[in-house]
Structures are given as structure tokens and as C-alpha cells.
Design a protein around this ligand. Structure first.
Ligand SMILES: *Cc1c(COP(=O)(O)O)cnc(C)c1O
Length: 489
């Protein structure tokens, strides 16, 4: 067969009506809405035209260019892009454990099961089964939160940003909140303490300096307008060197002396002692509550390992006023989140079990041996011809906790580093990212790094298949796709 001349090929592109009258298309119309199929056919034919104009596809025989099988698969891809959920699972090979852009942390199976259970039928979300009357949405997790933390009272809202806003608004609207200059933090995603403070209606009274704040600084700032003394965990940075901060228990003492409530935004919030993982010391939620602080807030989906939520713990009188703030209604937690949160919290009744089973804690606890085994499994699954296409090395590296937690903590890890021979590292990264499932990796020193710490064992076959597909010359390689990021069909 001789190659197809360009003009002739263009003339041979079938019309949309032609396609829609074909019997083979009926199968697609049975499964998908007509409007979607029509749009996909139009787009698919457009792609075919582009391909021809680009000179791709003209090298083979005409039959293969216009084979209906091939066209149908083009249309199917277009349909899929329209009917498939945009929010989907990805493989996190970045080594960042709490990855906000990748959904922070995976849930425990028990939490997922409970979400399904509550989702598929009616539930007692706001119904008291004992009394047969209207109940309280928050009651389901209040007891377990108090039991785990030792707090008098608890409330959960949409997220920790909402929790901080709600507390500040309730306790200090129109009045002053005293806070150290060293703690005016910005968390990612536009959460800045001074801005949240402003929106809450409270006035920021900053004291001390960036690196050093003393009890006396708070003391001197307290006046008739003071409503609250606040501490914020400097989650995602550390001030090093000549520094000094007022510990929470001292601030609590000061608050008591002046009859002022004290609040700490703990940020990540963890019930287990991270020293057990050989990590830097962080005060646990229980220890924080034990200082006698009036209000503590933290996230449900950082080191706690649950769903996105904002947890507020503290003294009953403070929490009672927070609970009746109309803003609490606007920030209320959803029933699926509540189901997942309750299940996650119940796991903490047995700390050993929590540490072994809650995904983020399990990911933290993995040792180098386990990570190396996983890397070897991945390596073993890659066929020889793939290994000829790239230099692949198994070596040690470091992962980060991420999510604004333990910013200086480096976790030893094991990675596969891939340097493709005739594909750019960026091209490889892009191809993996656009695969199914998408693989998110990191690039360092012209190598693609796949960090085994955040990859699950069950993902190894998918990861291997993705690498193979990208690096296999015969199946996939098309030099155009490496440089033109829009040309992927
Ligand atoms: C992460 C964090 C927040 C925001 O919590 P979200 O649950 O993401 O809303 C607020 N304060 C601190 C100190 C944090 O670390």
C-alpha cells in the first residue's frame, strides 16, 4: 500500500451524519446521551483531520487510517473525557505524606464503609433514637472526642479554618485578640491569621517580635478591650536561632489571672506521640487540653488521618457559646464527613491499632526495609525492554510530611529514580501524570523520582504499567507528544 495523499485523505473524512447513521455507533448511543455522542464524534473527526494535516497517520495504509474500529476508539476517548468524573484517584509518588493538592490523606477502610452506610439510606443524623425526637448532629462525635482528649466539650465544623473563624467571631467580635508577632502565620490556600481575624470581626493586637515574645509582652497588651489570648502553631515553618516563645501553660496562667480565655490553633493536631516514630516532639491534643486552655482547634485531615473537618475542643462554657453562634450553622459538618470522622476517632480507642491501621500513621511508620521491598517489587515488574529505555536506580532519599506539619522533619525513604534515555524527564513526568490512573511524581537533578513512602502496595502493578506504557518504544512513543503538551490524543 502506498501512503495516502493529503488532499485525498482529507476528502475521505466521513461526515458526522455518516458516522451517526452507522450501526456501530448505536452501541455508544445506548450507553451515552445522544448530545454527548454527537459532540464526541464531531471532536473525534476534528482530531482525525488535525492528524492528517500534521502528516501523522499518512504513512500507513488508508484502511488503517479510516478503519471504523479506530474511529470508534477515537470517539470513545472523547466520550470518556466528557462522562468520566474529573475528581479521581491518583497515585501519590511525590513522597509528601499530607499532600493538600492530592486530597491530604487517605481514609481508613472503616471510615469509608461507614460513609457508604450512612449515605445509602436515611440516618439518625439529627434524631435521638432513645427519645424519638429531634437530636443533635454534633452529639455523635462529642463523647469520643472528649474521651480521647480529656476536654469538657467538643464541636466539629467544616474545616480548621472555619473552626478558627467561628471561635474568634464568637469570643472576640468587636474586641481585641492578643497574639505573638511570631505566630501570624499564613497556611497555604489563603489562610492568614490577620485576615481571618479581620473577617471574624476581632481586632488583632500583636505583641513581641518575630523571633522573641515574652510573657510580659502579653501582660502589657491586656486591657479593657481584650477578649482573648491566642496562640497559633507555626505549622509550616520554624524560627531558628535566638528565639523565645511563651509556652501555652504560661499563657493559660496569664489568662486565668486576668479572667481571659486562651485559645490555641493547633493546626495539625495528633493524638499519638510522634516520638514513637522517631520524629520531632509535638504536643499531642491531650497534652494541649491538659494545660487548661479554654479552646483548641485542629484539622481532621492532617496527622489525625480522617476526613476534612475542623475540631474544636475545650471548656464547656466557651464551647456552649460557640455552639449557638449562627455562623456554626453556616460552617456545619456534612453527614458523610461526620460518619468518616467518627469511625476514624473510634480507631484511636486502641492507640496501637490506630498507629498500625490509620493510613497516614502507617505511612509515617514504614521503615526503610519495607520501602525497599516495595521499590524492588516495582523494579521487578518492569520488563527488560523498559530498563533499556532508561537508567533506573533504586536508592535512599528523604520524604516530607507536608500539609503544614513538621516542616523540618526529613523522613528517610527509598525511591526509584528514572532517567529516560531518549525522552525528557519532564516528558516522562507529564506522560505519567496523564496516564490512568495519573501518577504524580517529583523531578530532581534531571531524574524522575518515585517515592515509595506514599505509594501503596496495591498500586505497584498500576505504577509499573504506567511506566511501561510510557517507556515502551513500540506502543506509545511519538516524538510530537514529548514537546507539544496539547497534542495528546
Ligand atoms: C492547616 C492549618 C489551618 C487550616 O486548617 P484546614 O483544616 O485546612 O482548614 C489553620 N491553622 C493552622 C495552624 C494550620 O496548620
Amino acid at each position: 500500500m502506498s501512503p495516502v495523499p493529503l488532499r485525498q485523505a482529507l476528502r475521505k473524512i466521513p461526515s458526522v451524519d455518516d458516522i451517526l447513521s452507522r450501526e456501530e455507533i448505536l452501541d455508544l448511543l445506548k450507553i451515552h446521551p445522544r448530545a454527548i455522542v454527537v459532540e464526541a464524534v464531531r471532536k473525534g473527526l476534528g482530531r482525525l483531520r488535525e492528524e492528517i494535516l500534521n502528516g501523522e497517520g499518512l504513512t500507513g495504509p488508508e484502511e488503517s487510517l479510516f478503519s471504523f474500529e479506530r474511529l470508534i476508539s477515537l470517539f470513545q476517548k472523547e466520550i470518556e473525557a466528557r462522562v468520566r468524573p474529573r475528581l479521581r484517584r491518583v497515585i501519590n509518588a511525590t513522597g509528601i505524606l499530607i499532600h493538600t493538592n492530592l486530597g491530604r490523606v487517605p481514609l481508613h477502610p472503616a471510615a469509608m464503609e461507614q460513609m457508604v452506610e450512612v449515605a445509602k439510606a436515611y440516618s439518625n443524623l439529627e434524631y435521638d433514637l432513645l427519645l424519638g425526637e429531634r437530636g443533635d448532629r454534633y452529639s455523635h462525635v462529642e463523647e469520643i472526642l472528649c474521651r480521647l482528649s480529656g476536654a469538657e466539650s467538643a464541636l466539629v465544623v467544616n474545616n480548621n479554618a472555619g473552626a478558627v473563624l467561628l471561635c474568634l467571631n464568637t469570643i472576640s467580635e468587636g474586641r481585641e485578640v492578643v497574639i505573638s508577632r511570631g505566630e501570624l502565620v499564613e497556611i497555604g490556600g489563603g489562610f492568614r491569621i490577620p485576615d481571618v481575624m479581620k473577617r471574624s470581626g476581632a481586632f488583632l493586637k500583636e505583641v513581641g517580635t518575630t523571633n522573641r515574645t515574652h510573657p510580659d509582652d502579653y501582660q502589657k497588651a491586656i486591657g479593657p478591650e481584650t477578649a482573648l489570648l491566642m496562640k497559633v502553631h507555626t505549622s509550616n515553618f520554624r524560627i531558628m536561632g535566638f528565639t523565645s516563645e511563651v509556652p501555652l501553660n504560661e499563657l493559660v496562667r496569664l489568662g486565668k489571672a486576668h479572667h481571659l480565655p486562651v485559645m490555641e490553633d493547633l493546626g495539625s493536631g495528633c493524638f499519638v506521640d510522634l516520638l514513637q516514630y522517631g520524629l520531632e516532639r509535638e504536643p499531642t491534643v491531650q497534652e494541649t487540653v491538659r494545660t487548661g486552655v479554654d479552646i483548641v482547634t485542629f484539622s481532621g485531615d492532617k496527622l489525625l488521618g480522617g476526613p476534612q473537618a475542623g475540631i474544636i475542643l475545650g471548656k464547656k462554657d466557651s464551647l456552649d457559646t460557640i455552639k449557638v453562634n449562627p455562623l456554626a450553622r453556616a460552617l456545619r459538618i456534612d453527614k458523610l464527613t461526620l460518619a468518616a470522622l467518627e469511625s476514624t476517632l473510634l480507631l484511636y480507642l486502641d492507640e496501637q491499632r490506630a498507629m498500625q491501621e490509620i493510613p497516614i500513621l502507617r505511612i509515617l511508620g514504614q521503615n526503610k526495609g519495607q520501602l525497599k521491598t516495595r521499590a524492588k517489587r516495582l523494579l521487578k515488574r518492569l520488563p527488560e525492554r523498559v530498563k533499556e529505555e532508561a537508567r533506573i536506580t533504586l536508592r535512599e532519599d528523604v520524604s516530607q510530611v507536608g500539609g503544614g506539619s513538621l516542616p523540618l522533619q526529613e523522613l528517610p525513604t527509598v525511591v526509584l529514580a528514572i532517567r529516560p534515555l531518549d525522552l525528557s524527564v519532564n516528558g516522562l513526568g507529564e506522560s505519567l501524570r496523564r496516564g490512568e490512573p495519573p501518577v504524580i511524581s517529583r523531578i530532581a537533578n534531571d531524574e524522575l523520582i518515585l517515592d515509595m513512602r506514599t505509594v501503596f502496595d496495591e498500586e505497584i502493578p498500576m505504577l509499573a504499567a504506567g511506566i511501561e506504557k510510557t517507556l515502551s518504544k513500540f506502543e506509545y512513543r511519538n516524538p510530537k507528544h514529548e514537546t507539544n503538551s496539547n497534542s495528546q490524543i
